[in-house]
Ligand binder design. Structure first.
Ligand SMILES: [Zn+2]
Length: 190
């Protein structure tokens, strides 16, 4: 096992792809935590794995990213290229959704049966990209419960205060939940 503390782009790539070996995984775990450069190495490796050019600001899921699509625009984008819109609006509202309500339906994804949610008290919602059908999220909630907004990051605070590299379109109105704008439009469309 090497004592080299540098991390190659190949190693970061193996970490992302899940092919890293145990020795190297242990070595990464032992490195100094506050190594800010590693975040940008990670972003660069992610960027090489997508077919589009918009700059990735943060990864939300295996195939889901917040990207800077144009000056002053931060949107959620699927690896396939589908754009969900402004990252302040819950991207799940732009998904195809499958809801499992019956015990039979739930048992298709739960095993063993005792682990299964209880019909009428809970439902399983599966969220898919409308373009490539990647399943981006699953939530188990009470029927009627609002769609869960899993993560609204304060990107400006993260880039300025943690990474020390403020974003060029930094502003005070980024860190706001704008999901209501979407449902308001739905209500108008009736
Ligand atoms: Zn997609």
């Amino acid at each position: 096992m090497t004592q080299d503390v540098s991390i190659s782009p190949e190693l970061i790539g193996q970490l992302i792809d899940g092919t890293i070996d145990n020795d190297n995984a242990q070595r990464l775990l032992r490195l100094e935590r506050k190594d800010k450069g590693r975040f940008f190495q990670y972003i660069e490796a992610l960027q090489q794995r997508v077919a589009w050019k918009e700059k990735i600001l943060l990864r939300l899921g295996d195939k889901l990213y917040i990207v800077a699509s144009a000056p002053g625009q931060r949107i959620v984008k699927c690896a396939c290229g589908h754009e969900f819109g402004d990252y302040r609006q819950n991207w799940k509202l732009g998904c195809r959704v499958r809801v499992k309500r019956s015990l039979d339906d739930m048992l298709t994804v739960y095993d063993p049966a005792p682990a299964c949610p209880e019909p009428d008290i809970q439902e399983i919602r599966e969220f898919f990209c409308p373009a490539c059908a990647t399943q981006h999220a699953v939530e188990v909630v009470a029927p009627g419960y609002p769609v869960v907004f899993e993560m609204l990051p304060d990107l400006d605070k993260f880039y300025r205060e943690y990474l020390g590299q403020p974003l060029p379109d930094e502003g005070t109105d980024w860190y706001q939940d704008r999901s209501d704008d979407v449902t308001r439009e739905w209500a108008k469309a009736g």
